[in-house]
Design a protein around this ligand. Structure first.
Ligand code: SF4
Length: 391
């Protein structure tokens, strides 16, 4: 009997196997948007594989996951802001945006939620109803929505995305706010943490605009200025800043609209590719070998930004190091070496190896730089790659 062809969805599910699965939330969607240049990340997202957990127990385990201290601090900060019917958030809105928060109504969709998929679908429906009330100017419409859930198709798959941010509306427009417990000292925050918060709030804005449009409103009513609520200095006193995120919102919208479908992802995976199950458990060497095989057939695109966005970053950094991939040293070096495949190749060209037509312009500069280095007596050679993962 001829072997039955698997559907695209079956193939993607089979690729995930028993590997740990990721949650569908706005944070994951923002991380997807940050790594959508990489086929491996796109494949993992389509298969819902949790890359943060995948390499646990190996030397390349993801450094993600907050320390218990940071986790407790985050929870305490959020509890504090939600105290007394979200009074501290309302106070920030009054103080910074001059909103009249007297008699403000707060809808907290987390309260009494049903766990699991049913609960998310119910909250998505409730979010839609509340947004409709806001657009209609209903007297019962909330001024603040906490715990919204959005339904959205990404890559042809309908999913629910839970937001840990809040949406506020006292007059036009609707603002989206993100709560983060990291410290803001003299108005400055850790750029990586700030970047991740901006990415999340931008995705929230995209999802909220799509919902507004779906229920018949003008998506532009959702502001492209985000409200970031962070901790002032090292304590837990909240502070609010208004941040324009228009560019990030446009980028996130484009990426989500262009996410490849499950069919496209399945078509890019050869039948022979090992499943992520074989990466999730077993001997460390065999696990890493299986992941290297998947990476070889699917393709990766390592950049330093991966360290903040993807659970496989240590593994991919090692492979990039092994390949002499200039990407591992940052965008500046990549821009200085256009058309050069590896640092080893840059070293060869600097020593006078004949360049290809793509390499000619950079090769001349590399030779000049090498001469200058010799002239100044700087003998340190260009970096040499070391043994890497799965090669
Ligand atoms: S760490 Fe690896 S898998 Fe993750 S986005 Fe970067 S290159 Fe892709």
């Amino acid at each position: 009997m001829p072997k039955k062809q698997k559907s695209a969805a079956d193939r993607v599910v089979a690729l995930a196997g028993n590997a740990p699965r990721r949650r569908a939330n706005v944070r994951e969607l923002a991380r997807y948007a940050a790594t959508s240049n990489c086929n491996m990340a796109v494949t993992g997202f389509a298969a819902r594989v949790d890359f943060d957990q995948l390499l646990q127990g190996t030397a390349f385990a993801a450094p993600f996951g907050q320390s218990p201290f940071a986790f407790r601090r985050g929870n305490r900060f959020e509890e504090l802001l939600r105290r007394d019917e979200h009074a501290p958030i309302l106070a920030l809105l009054k103080e910074n945006l001059s909103y009249d928060t007297t008699n403000a109504k707060v809808a907290n969709l987390r309260e009494g939620q049903i766990r699991g998929k049913g609960g998310l679908a119910q909250r998505a429906a409730a979010t839609g109803e509340l947004v409709k009330q806001i657009l209609a100017g209903s007297r019962t419409a909330p001024n603040l929505i906490d715990g919204a859930v959005f339904e959205r198709e990404v890559g042809g798959v309908l999913a629910h995305f839970e937001a840990d941010a809040v949406a506020a509306r006292f007059a036009q427009p609707i603002h989206v706010g993100e709560i983060k417990s990291f410290p803001t000292i003299d108005g400055q925050a850790d750029p990586d943490k700030l970047g991740a918060a901006v990415a999340q709030v931008s995705v929230y804005i995209v999802l909220l605009r799509a919902l507004v449009e779906r229920v018949g409103g003008n998506p532009e009513i959702v502001s492209a200025e985000a409200l970031l609520i962070t901790a002032k200095n090292t304590g837990l006193q909240p502070t609010l800043c208004v941040k324009p995120v228009g560019r990030e919102v446009d980028r996130a919208a484009r990426i989500l609209d262009q996410a490849p479908t499950v069919d496209e992802v399945a078509a890019s995976i050869p039948e022979s590719a090992p499943s992520f199950s074989s990466v999730a458990a077993g001997e460390e060497a065999a696990r890493l070998d299986a992941l290297a095989k998947i990476a070889d057939v699917v393709g990766t695109d390592y950049r330093p930004g991966c360290l903040a966005s993807c659970g496989l970053s240590r593994f991919c950094r090692e492979r990039a190091h092994h390949d002499g991939n200039p990407n591992r040293l940052g965008g500046q070096l990549v821009r200085l070496l256009p058309g050069i495949a590896s640092l080893d190749r840059a070293g060869e060209l600097s020593r006078g190896a004949p360049p290809s037509s793509d390499e000619t312009a950079v090769a001349e500069q590399l030779v000049r730089a090498a001469r200058l280095r010799d002239h100044l007596g700087l003998t340190r050679p260009l970096p040499v790659t070391t043994r890497g993962v799965g090669r």
